[in-house]
Write a protein that binds this ligand. Sequence first.
Ligand SMILES: NC(=O)c1ccc[n+]([C@@H]2O[C@H](COP(=O)([O-])OP(=O)(O)OC[C@H]3O[C@@H](n4cnc5c(N)ncnc54)[C@H](O)[C@@H]3O)[C@@H](O)[C@H]2O)c1
Length: 246
Amino acid sequence: MQDRLAVVTGAANGLGEAIARRLKAEGARLALFDIDAAGLATVAEELDALAIQGDVTEESMVQQGFARIAAELGPADVLVNNVGGSRNQKIWEMSVEAWDFTLRLNLRSAFLCTRAVLPGMMERRCGAIICMSSGAKEGTPWSAEHSGAAAYSTAKAGIHGFIRDVALEVAPYNIRVNAVAPGPIATPRTSPLFAEMEKTLLHPPSRMVPMARIGEPVDIANAVLYLASDEASYVTGVTLDVAGGR
Ligand SMILES: NC(=O)c1ccc[n+]([C@@H]2O[C@H](COP(=O)([O-])OP(=O)(O)OC[C@H]3O[C@@H](n4cnc5c(N)ncnc54)[C@H](O)[C@@H]3O)[C@@H](O)[C@H]2O)c1
């Protein structure tokens, strides 16, 4: 990763922050997107990164952000489409707003950032794009029991379809497109939720995950690093499960 330029979305917290730290430790230069201005400023300062604050589901924001990256840092070598999340509701109660929000956050962000970064990569005939899917692409027992996550699972299965096709389209340009599908990973946002699930659910992660533990952000960051690196130079169109077993 030495001196490669990596763009990470949603890098102010959680897995995106861990991915940015891991890439930085390997010598990458960083441009970080996030909607959380305060969190982004802290992480970007610590990692000596270009900070771009805004909503990556907004077309004009993404275009301006990538133009700024190109002008200030040059062409990007790696894009990590990490932004994602959910408004969970049981399907029979799910609002159209929650459904649309979840698909937009996970899918539109990946589409817009991928479209923005590709022309520079195609010109140079190199690049690696990593998107964030989830174990939810197969359905998640604890989410179904707890709050319902059909919109989220739909979106994360959509990421798998997205990387499969984009990988085919850009393979002639020597650009690789893959995804990581994390299982339950402990972050400041998820840890209290998993603790509650352990107490209240019949199917909490500890019972359903074969390795019987919650993963760490660095488990995901290591997988992203591999897919971003030259060690994965013949790997494309793959969604890598990092989930403690299926
Ligand atoms: N943590 C897990 O257990 C887990 C499991 C499977 C998949 N994932 C996926 O990994 C990714 C990161 O998850 P996380 O747990 O770190 O989430 P998180 O909510 O802790 O962090 C997401 C980051 O994205 C930023 N963000 C949210 N909306 C944005 C927008 N519209 N524009 C720009 N930035 C925005 C947030 O401010 C935050 O910094 C997501 O795609 C998530 O679906 C997480």
